[in-house]
Design a protein around this ligand. Sequence first.
Ligand code: SF4
Length: 490
Amino acid sequence: MGTLRTLFLNPPSYAGFDGGAGARYQASREVRSFWYPTWLAQPAALIANSKLIDAPADDLGLEQVLQMAKGFELCIIHTSTPSFDNDVRVAGALKKASPDMIIGFVGAHVAVLPAAALRAAPVLDFVAREEYDYALLEVAQGQPWETVAGISFRRDGVIRHNPDRALIQDLDALPSVLDVYKRDLKIENYYNGYLLHPYLSLYTGRGCPARCTFCLWPQTVSGRTYRTRSAASVIAEMSRARALFPEVKEFFIDDDTFTANLPRAAEIARGLGRLGLVWSCNARANVPYDYLKLFKENGLRVLLVGYESGNQQILNNVKKGLRVDIAEEFTRNCSKLGILVHGCFILGLPGETKETISESIRFACRLNVDTIQVSIPAPYPGTELYRQVMANKWYEPSALVRNDGTQSCALSYPNLSAADIQAGVKRFYTRFYGRPTPIWRMLVRMARDPEERRRRLREGREFLRYLRGRSPDPAACGEDRPQARDSVPV
Ligand code: SF4
């Protein structure tokens, strides 16, 4: 038996839904933006003759996907807690069109709840838990399922769980995702408000050593050790990326925390500097000045930084391992060096009050970072936050996303309602972007660059629509929201 013709599918979902094969929380964003579906591109690179379809990024509906799926024998769908029911419907339509097609789900949701997922969706033949790259290769190669570590499957009406699969240690052994990107993706469809367009993102390592209680991937699929590729292989891949995609303006290193191993990050930065690339990465708000300087001198443009809150007690509550004063010093250093910062904040973490929301807004304005993103915590199964929410009954009878795919608030506290949290997000954006500095900054850039002008005008319209649509009352979202199975409340 040869290798099964394998389709990797980021399924059609809510309009603009950034569903999890690359996104850390799954939702339609405030402005149209998508992460690369790298978690599907990686096993696709392992399996000959496979194909990757990223339906939301390419604006593909179910009918188009059904046409494109014809002839495939195995379909791997990346699912998430908020999109699970939708993704099961897509799987059902695929199975109806091709009854012999084997369908497997991957993603944090099924990694944590494999039995519940298989019970809830008889259309599923198997789910692959943990890091699934080699498990999917073995399935595609026709290895007996009883011998494939890390999968759960149905046999004779009984759900079986094979032993766990160890995390991959030799990341250099995995093939590059670049050829899959080149073959299957339209890179101009990947936007991000704070990255130059088009951008291209790659991983140089997996896992994060920090212990943030709300963070999905390290607690479910990628682990709490930062496993890395060698600097030499990263630099060689970036050089190839530049040759394959000469139109790319910025290369994004999407590791959870690229700065978790600073000497290695510095070695890679020097290599990127020699290549003359403009690059950006995720970073913690505690990188020392000398490293920031070295990164800047070697092409770093933007850092994505998870500040989360301006209140120290909240940072302690969620085990962020970060000090507010260090974060402020770090941000001043970035500003001094001309490194742009996209600041990520979360409203509604344990300990939040109306006062701490105001404190975080003041903090963000004081930091004066270039752009911000304000999220609501998503208590995903498998996270410590989820366990806390369930134990303390902090949940709201709400799905994780609304019927337009944007984030909804699925938790509330005795002293802070879901509506307060949602209103806080709106206030945060309005206060931060309503100041003269960000407006002026944006106008200057728009005046200098016609492409920037077109893009910002489009994003501005989308953002205003988002703000208008964000009702502070979750009950106003209607009864027709898809309720994520196994999400809060169970
Ligand atoms: S540092 Fe960032 S990636 Fe790492 S656990 Fe915390 S939130 Fe997640």
